[in-house]
Design a protein around this ligand. Structure first.
Ligand SMILES: Nc1ncnc2c1ncn2[C@@H]1O[C@H](COP(=O)(O)OP(=O)(O)O)[C@@H](O)[C@H]1O
Ligand SMILES: [Mg+2]
Length: 586
């Protein structure tokens, strides 16, 4: 936990000036606040003396009281502005660094992370930390100054009355400490319930088509109703504890006032204290009620923020991807695109068995490799090792003769244009999705030409706003095949020497596929390419085809050689041809 706070305190020195100004404002405003009731007491005492001179004097003192109160308020405003402002800026720094850190974490981190949980750490946990550091520290500092000086000022007027008034005031701290944890627990329960309710609704809305298809509207409705009832129950429980607390606070605060009125009144009657100072005492008592409440409450806020900081630290403690894991190679001047796997064996972190075993083959620069095999045979894994999404063992994967783990990550990744198996588009326009691949501006004509290489030209004409159609969550839903073609075009725009296509034509029909392959042929002639395909006709014309089976190279050769060999490739090819013919007849 201490380490957690050290991390956030690193952001503080940047905000020295506002913090210093804030601290000064805290001290000044609290001292003025304690001074003001004395002036009021004095004015009242002067008034009691009677006579017009006394009234003038009292009015004078009254003006000073007003001036001091206004000044105290102004300094309190300055304190809030500078301290809360500094805490907001420090939180923004923390958030920015956390986001940047997450962006640099390796693929295996995201394999095990839940998006919702990451977002909660980035938002509500950061907010909890900020709250304890800004408003929390402000209340602590304010109380540390206000309480002793006010008590000292009270004791100066009457020691015994001070002791009598402090009893109920200190009981406030105990009350808050007793009821506080319950309130915290119930508040968290309510927040969890709200989370549950919105998760339920989100899931149900996202799956609206499934809900309708299975006619489970009433089932969904009653599940939602259930969550809702739970929320109401928790909320009522929280309201009960809260009203207990407010009621108790009123009783104790009022009790302190009554003690002062009764015991102080007897001192006034006995003539040991001026009537005006009784009013001073009353003001002090009401002034101290809030700091007493905040003591108990700030302690809980600090506990909550310590837990939040630990959750944030868990992410900061994850190591970002190393740029190189072995001795850096001489910087690659120009990547030719010669790929080689040598006795590559790889197991995913935490997996029970190897995804690739003893894989050895080579891809000459500029040639096209077809990579096929049953589902789960390791095709995607092989591609993910090339771009070091996962780190392969040393010297098992080489680019232009260099062990890829010795090539700086940025250089390595710049050599590849990847179309992953699951097509992902940002929810923005098609044009902006494509522009993601290029450093500068992307001209509409180049975007159009590339989309037509990827076989999307006809579809593009039918889209409502052409290139400027917004796709994804907040726009038009593209079909699976259309999405795949946009991602292909995006990869083509990235002028990289090596192209990796992971089963990216699975969602288009055979005719469309043939047309796209025709368009891609020119693009692939200039590059090294690996084409993973489920449909074997996709890789027919590849220079070389490798068949993976359970992580091992089962067959390799050209299409003709593999068909002649009569193995898995030949059987599957024959089967798929029959299927295609039947499809054509239908
Ligand atoms: N991130 C991962 N963590 C653990 N195991 C994985 C991961 N990704 C894939 N695998 C496993 O590795 C094997 C190969 O998967 P994959 O490369 O996706 O096959 P393919 O692309 O040929 O269908 C499978 O057994 C799969 O379950
Ligand atoms: Mg795959």
């Amino acid at each position: 936990m201490r380490q957690a706070y050290r991390r956030i305190f690193r952001y503080i020195p940047r905000y020295k000036v506002p913090l210093l100004v804030g601290a000064l404002c805290v001290v000044t405003s609290r001292l003025l606040m304690v001074y003001a009731p004395r002036l009021l007491g004095r004015a009242l005492n002067e008034l009691k003396a009677g006579g017009s001179a006394a009234v003038d004097q009292a009015i004078q003192t009254g003006w000073s009281f007003l001036a001091v109160s206004v000044a105290s308020g102004l300094f309190a405003y300055g304190m809030r502005r500078s301290l809360v402002g500094a805490s907001r800026r420090a939180a923004r720094d923390l958030q920015r660094d956390l986001f940047a850190h997450v962006e640099r974490l390796p693929a295996r981190f995201f394999d095990g992370a839940r998006t919702g949980d990451l977002i909660a750490r980035l938002t509500s946990d950061v907010e909890a930390v900020r709250f304890s550091l800004g408003p929390g520290l402000m209340y602590v500092a304010g109380t540390l100054i206000l309480f002793p000086t006010a008590v000292w000022s009270m004791a100066d007027l009457s020691g015994s009355l001070t002791l009598a008034a402090l009893g109920p005031l200190l009981a406030i701290i105990i009350l808050v400490r007793v009821l506080g944890p319950g309130i915290m627990r119930q508040t968290r329960a309510v927040q969890d319930r709200i989370g549950g309710l919105s998760a339920r609704a989100q899931e149900s809305f996202a799956g609206a088509r499934v809900v309708r298809a299975y006619a489970t509207e009433t089932v969904e409705g009653s599940a939602f109703e259930n969550e809702n009832a739970n929320l109401v129950r928790e909320t009522l429980g929280l309201a009960r504890t809260r009203s207990l607390l407010t009621g108790g606070l009123h009783v104790l605060g009022g009790g302190a006032q009554i003690v002062v009125l009764w015991y102080g009144g007897s001192q006034v009657i006995a003539g040991t204290m001026g009537l005006g100072y009784l009013a001073t005492f009353m003001l002090y008592v009401s002034m101290l009620i809030w700091p007493m409440i905040s003591v108990g409450w700030v302690v809980s806020a600090f506990q909550r923020s310590a837990a939040a900081m630990e959750r944030i630290d868990e992410i900061f403690d994850k190591q970002p991807e190393p740029s190189v894991t072995r001795e850096p190679a001489a910087e690659l001047e120009r990547v030719r695109g010669h790929l080689a796997f040598e006795r590559l064996t790889f197991r995913h972190p935490g997996a029970a068995s190897d995804a690739l075993r003893d894989v050895t083959f080579e891809i000459p620069p500029g040639s096209t490799l077809g990579l096929v095999g049953p589902v789960g045979s390791g095709k995607s894994t092989l591609l993910s090792l090339l771009t070091r999404e996962y780190d392969p063992p040393g010297s098992a994967v080489r680019l232009d003769g260099h062990d890829i783990t010795s090539i700086p990550l940025a250089t390595l990744r710049a050599a590849f244009a990847v179309v992953p198996q699951d097509a992902f588009l940002f929810s923005t326009t098609i044009h902006e999705n494509l522009a993601y691949a290029v450093a500068g501006e992307l001209s509409p004509s180049l975007a159009r030409d590339t989309l037509s290489l990827a076989g999307l030209d006809e579809d593009l004409d039918s889209l409502p706003r052409g290139l400027d159609t917004v796709v994804g969550e907040r726009g038009l839903q593209l079909s699976g095949g259309q999405k795949q073609r946009v991602t292909i075009a995006r990869a083509l725009l990235r002028e990289a020497p090596i192209l990796l296509l992971d089963d990216c034509l699975s969602a288009v029909d055979t005719q469309t596929e043939a047309r796209i392959l025709e368009g891609l042929r020119t693009a692939m002639r200039r590059r090294t390419a690996i084409v993973v395909a489920h449909r074997l006709s996709t890789v027919r014309h590849a220079d070389q085809i490798v068949v993976l089976d359970a992580g091992e190279v089962a067959e390799s050769g050209t299409h003709e050689e593999l068909v002649a060999a009569g193995g898995w490739y030949a059987r599957t090819y024959a089967q798929q041809r029959i299927e295609a013919e039947l499809e054509g007849l239908a």
